[in-house]
Design a protein around this ligand. Structure first.
Ligand code: MN
Length: 193
Protein backbone atom coordinates (compact mmCIF):
# COMPACT_ATOMS: atom_id res chain seq x y z
CA UNK A 1 0.00 0.00 0.00
CA UNK A 2 1.66 3.15 -1.18
CA UNK A 3 1.90 6.30 0.87
CA UNK A 4 0.16 9.39 -0.43
CA UNK A 5 0.95 13.07 -0.10
CA UNK A 6 -1.54 14.44 2.43
CA UNK A 7 -3.50 17.51 1.38
CA UNK A 8 -2.57 20.70 3.17
CA UNK A 9 -4.98 21.29 6.08
CA UNK A 10 -5.69 24.80 4.65
CA UNK A 11 -5.71 26.56 1.29
CA UNK A 12 -2.39 26.89 -0.56
CA UNK A 13 -2.44 30.68 -0.02
CA UNK A 14 -3.83 30.61 3.53
CA UNK A 15 -0.54 31.25 5.33
CA UNK A 16 0.10 34.55 3.56
CA UNK A 17 1.75 36.93 4.30
CA UNK A 18 3.99 34.80 6.51
CA UNK A 19 4.50 32.02 3.96
CA UNK A 20 3.65 32.61 0.32
CA UNK A 21 1.64 30.42 -2.01
CA UNK A 22 4.83 29.83 -4.01
CA UNK A 23 6.63 28.52 -0.91
CA UNK A 24 3.81 26.07 -0.21
CA UNK A 25 3.61 25.05 -3.88
CA UNK A 26 7.28 24.11 -3.82
CA UNK A 27 7.60 22.87 -0.25
CA UNK A 28 4.44 20.75 -0.21
CA UNK A 29 3.91 20.10 -3.91
CA UNK A 30 7.54 19.42 -4.84
CA UNK A 31 9.72 18.68 -1.78
CA UNK A 32 7.24 16.75 0.36
CA UNK A 33 5.81 15.03 -2.72
CA UNK A 34 9.30 13.89 -3.72
CA UNK A 35 9.89 12.33 -0.30
CA UNK A 36 6.63 10.40 -0.61
CA UNK A 37 7.39 9.25 -4.16
CA UNK A 38 10.92 8.14 -3.28
CA UNK A 39 9.64 6.37 -0.16
CA UNK A 40 7.16 4.42 -2.28
CA UNK A 41 9.92 3.46 -4.74
CA UNK A 42 12.13 2.22 -1.89
CA UNK A 43 9.49 0.07 -0.18
CA UNK A 44 7.94 -1.45 -3.34
CA UNK A 45 8.42 -5.22 -3.31
CA UNK A 46 10.21 -5.22 0.06
CA UNK A 47 9.19 -6.30 3.57
CA UNK A 48 8.24 -2.67 4.18
CA UNK A 49 5.67 -2.57 1.37
CA UNK A 50 2.68 -2.74 3.75
CA UNK A 51 4.34 -1.35 6.87
CA UNK A 52 3.10 1.65 8.79
CA UNK A 53 5.22 4.78 8.51
CA UNK A 54 6.20 4.67 12.20
CA UNK A 55 7.39 1.06 11.80
CA UNK A 56 9.63 2.03 8.89
CA UNK A 57 11.07 4.96 10.82
CA UNK A 58 11.73 2.73 13.82
CA UNK A 59 13.16 -0.18 11.90
CA UNK A 60 14.88 1.04 8.77
CA UNK A 61 18.18 2.07 10.32
CA UNK A 62 20.28 4.95 8.96
CA UNK A 63 20.06 5.52 5.23
CA UNK A 64 17.82 6.48 2.36
CA UNK A 65 14.71 4.62 3.54
CA UNK A 66 14.82 6.19 7.01
CA UNK A 67 15.41 9.62 5.48
CA UNK A 68 12.43 9.47 3.11
CA UNK A 69 10.10 7.98 5.73
CA UNK A 70 11.13 10.43 8.44
CA UNK A 71 10.84 13.39 6.08
CA UNK A 72 7.32 12.26 5.15
CA UNK A 73 6.42 12.14 8.85
CA UNK A 74 8.16 15.42 9.68
CA UNK A 75 6.52 17.35 6.86
CA UNK A 76 3.05 15.99 7.60
CA UNK A 77 3.59 17.08 11.20
CA UNK A 78 4.88 20.49 10.12
CA UNK A 79 1.82 21.33 7.98
CA UNK A 80 -0.36 20.67 11.00
CA UNK A 81 1.91 22.71 13.25
CA UNK A 82 0.75 25.81 11.37
CA UNK A 83 -2.64 27.34 10.67
CA UNK A 84 -4.04 30.59 9.29
CA UNK A 85 -5.16 33.17 11.89
CA UNK A 86 -3.15 31.30 14.54
CA UNK A 87 -0.05 32.01 16.59
CA UNK A 88 0.09 34.21 19.63
CA UNK A 89 0.20 32.69 23.09
CA UNK A 90 -1.08 29.17 23.76
CA UNK A 91 -4.34 28.46 25.54
CA UNK A 92 -5.50 25.43 27.49
CA UNK A 93 -3.22 22.47 28.33
CA UNK A 94 -0.35 23.77 26.16
CA UNK A 95 -0.23 27.04 28.10
CA UNK A 96 -0.06 25.21 31.40
CA UNK A 97 2.49 22.60 30.23
CA UNK A 98 4.76 25.30 28.75
CA UNK A 99 4.57 27.40 31.92
CA UNK A 100 5.47 24.37 33.99
CA UNK A 101 8.44 23.43 31.79
CA UNK A 102 9.84 26.84 30.81
CA UNK A 103 8.45 29.22 33.48
CA UNK A 104 6.68 31.40 30.94
CA UNK A 105 5.78 31.59 27.26
CA UNK A 106 8.50 34.16 26.47
CA UNK A 107 11.21 31.83 27.81
CA UNK A 108 9.86 28.94 25.75
CA UNK A 109 9.62 31.12 22.64
CA UNK A 110 13.22 32.25 23.09
CA UNK A 111 14.47 28.70 23.58
CA UNK A 112 12.59 27.33 20.56
CA UNK A 113 13.71 30.29 18.43
CA UNK A 114 17.34 29.69 19.41
CA UNK A 115 17.02 26.00 18.51
CA UNK A 116 15.48 26.87 15.12
CA UNK A 117 17.73 29.76 14.15
CA UNK A 118 20.89 28.27 15.67
CA UNK A 119 20.62 24.78 14.19
CA UNK A 120 23.61 24.35 11.88
CA UNK A 121 22.52 23.26 8.40
CA UNK A 122 19.32 21.42 7.58
CA UNK A 123 16.99 20.15 10.25
CA UNK A 124 14.02 20.73 12.50
CA UNK A 125 13.20 22.49 15.77
CA UNK A 126 10.74 20.70 18.04
CA UNK A 127 8.74 21.00 21.19
CA UNK A 128 8.58 17.45 22.51
CA UNK A 129 7.32 15.49 25.47
CA UNK A 130 9.96 13.10 26.75
CA UNK A 131 9.31 9.62 28.07
CA UNK A 132 9.36 10.94 31.67
CA UNK A 133 6.55 13.35 30.80
CA UNK A 134 8.64 16.52 30.77
CA UNK A 135 8.49 19.02 27.91
CA UNK A 136 11.70 20.01 26.10
CA UNK A 137 12.92 21.94 23.08
CA UNK A 138 15.12 19.94 20.72
CA UNK A 139 16.53 20.18 17.25
CA UNK A 140 17.12 17.26 14.90
CA UNK A 141 19.49 17.16 11.96
CA UNK A 142 18.51 16.50 8.34
CA UNK A 143 15.63 13.98 8.39
CA UNK A 144 16.00 12.90 12.00
CA UNK A 145 12.80 12.90 14.01
CA UNK A 146 11.82 12.66 17.71
CA UNK A 147 9.75 9.52 17.14
CA UNK A 148 13.00 7.67 16.35
CA UNK A 149 14.19 8.54 19.86
CA UNK A 150 11.18 7.73 22.01
CA UNK A 151 10.03 11.32 22.41
CA UNK A 152 6.60 12.57 21.40
CA UNK A 153 6.58 15.58 19.08
CA UNK A 154 4.15 18.37 19.96
CA UNK A 155 5.20 21.14 17.52
CA UNK A 156 7.80 21.54 14.79
CA UNK A 157 9.42 24.17 12.59
CA UNK A 158 11.22 23.07 9.43
CA UNK A 159 14.54 24.92 9.16
CA UNK A 160 15.76 23.41 5.89
CA UNK A 161 16.53 26.27 3.50
CA UNK A 162 13.75 25.08 1.17
CA UNK A 163 11.25 26.04 3.90
CA UNK A 164 12.09 29.74 3.74
CA UNK A 165 14.40 30.61 0.84
CA UNK A 166 11.67 31.78 -1.56
CA UNK A 167 10.19 34.21 0.98
CA UNK A 168 13.11 35.12 3.21
CA UNK A 169 16.22 34.15 1.21
CA UNK A 170 19.02 33.49 3.71
CA UNK A 171 17.25 35.20 6.63
CA UNK A 172 16.20 32.18 8.66
CA UNK A 173 15.59 34.36 11.71
CA UNK A 174 12.91 36.34 9.81
CA UNK A 175 11.19 33.09 8.83
CA UNK A 176 11.22 31.81 12.40
CA UNK A 177 9.84 35.15 13.59
CA UNK A 178 7.00 34.78 11.07
CA UNK A 179 6.43 31.16 12.17
CA UNK A 180 5.21 32.44 15.55
CA UNK A 181 2.24 34.01 13.75
CA UNK A 182 1.26 30.58 12.41
CA UNK A 183 1.70 28.24 15.38
CA UNK A 184 -1.32 25.95 15.63
CA UNK A 185 -1.86 25.65 19.40
CA UNK A 186 -4.96 23.51 18.83
CA UNK A 187 -2.64 20.92 17.28
CA UNK A 188 -0.24 21.15 20.24
CA UNK A 189 -3.16 20.72 22.64
CA UNK A 190 -4.38 17.69 20.69
CA UNK A 191 -0.90 16.16 20.81
CA UNK A 192 -0.73 16.69 24.58
CA UNK A 193 -3.81 14.53 25.15
MN1 MN B 1 10.93 20.79 4.30
Amino acid sequence: MAFTLPSLPYAIDALKPHLSQETLEFHHGKHHAAYVNRLNELIAGTKWADAKLEAIIGGAGPGALFNQAAQHFNHSFYWNSMAPRAGGEPKGPAAEAIRKAFNDFASFKQKFTEAAVGHFGSGWAWLVRRADGSLAVESTHDADTPIAHGTKPLLTCDVWEHAYYIDYRNARAKYVEAFWNLVNWDFVNANLK
